[in-house]
Design a protein around this ligand. Structure first.
Ligand code: BJW
Ligand code: ZN
Length: 239
């Protein structure tokens, strides 16, 4: 299996990775769904919509501040590092649903953050956007314009950043191999990316210990964790 995928990577002109929460699980960042997933403890609709935010901004901010402090001490794992290393040999683009910045910290340079970033904040009213440098003394933090700041992430019912989404669709539609890592593929429109790749005749590979909604559409599947599978794949690719 690893040999076949390594061959496909060798032959490919463009490789695209689509990643989700599962790739950061071995960095100590919980996934959303599944047995230890965040949505088991919290109600998504109470935390990840603009309505929930306006209803209880302090609660939503506390949740994001807790997650941000966890993410800031987390380190990229062997899965993130293997993807970054592959860039030394091939054209590699990473389309990630994650907001944790770990692909960039691992060294990947072509990263498209489909659902935004926990490292930046934006104003609910004006165009202000900035990196978070320290924890906020009061929650919710307030913009210079007087309105509330919010995490720069994409909540349910919100459009993805259009420039990022268009670029991601273009990469998906023009790749030869797409490796889908650590995502349940239940959230749209990110779950369309493998469909675009397939339409272009790309080989679809899944790296996930569990089956997903689109497992049947994959050409090859590795039922293993990202931090185990991806370094193995890289080692075989480099042989
Ligand atoms: C491992 C592993 C290991 C574990 N190694 N693998 C009905 C009502 C309302 C909306 C909708 C609806 N039906 C459809 C919608 C649309 C909605 C949607 O898709 N909802 C579904 C839940 C049904 N989508 C949207 O609303 C999107 N926007 C949109 O459609 O806009 C349209 C629009 C256009 C124009 C104007 C206005 C609107 C936006 C979606 C935003 C998603 N946001 C979140 C929160 C981001 C911020 C934050 O982090 O707090 O994004 S939700 C959450 O899910 C997060 C993730 O990025 C996303 C995907 O989750 P992911 O990454 O797949 O994680 P899991 O936990 O699901 O899966 C982990 C996987 O890893 C599992 O398979 C494990 O097996 C595996 N794994 N360990 C490898 N070690
Ligand atoms: Zn403002």
């Amino acid at each position: 299996m690893f040999d076949i995928i390594a061959d496909k990577l060798h032959q490919a002109e463009k490789i695209v990775f689509v990643t989700g929460a599962g790739i950061s699980q071995e960095s100590g960042i919980p996934t959303f769904r599944g047995k230890d997933g965040l949505w088991r403890k919290y109600d998504a609709m109470k935390l990840a919509t603009i309505e929930a935010f306006y209803e209880n901004p302090k609660l939503v901010w506390e949740w994001y501040e807790e997650r941000r402090s966890n993410i800031m001490v987390a380190k990229p794992n062997a899965g993130h590092l293997a993807i970054a290393e592959l860039e030394k040999f091939k054209s590699v683009h990473v389309l990630t649903q994650n907001i944790d910045g770990l692909h960039q910290r691992a060294g990947s340079t072509q990263v498209y953050e489909l659902h935004g970033s926990i490292i930046t904040v934006k104003c609910t009213e004006c165009d202000f956007k900035d990196a978070v440098r320290a924890s906020f003394p009061d929650l919710p933090p307030i913009c210079k314009c007087g309105k509330m700041l919010r995490p720069d992430v994409v909540w349910f019912g919100e459009p993805l950043p259009q420039n990022v989404w268009h670029a991601a669709m273009q990469q998906a539609s023009s790749c030869n191999v797409m490796v889908v890592v650590g995502t349940s593929l239940v959230v749209s429109p990110a779950n369309l990316l493998p469909v675009y790749a397939k339409q272009n005749g790309a080989t679809l590979v899944e790296v996930n210990p569990e089956e997903t909604l689109m497992s049947a559409d994959m050409d090859l599947s590795i039922r293993s964790s990202a931090a185990k599978a991806l370094p193995n794949l890289l080692a075989i690719f480099q042989r």
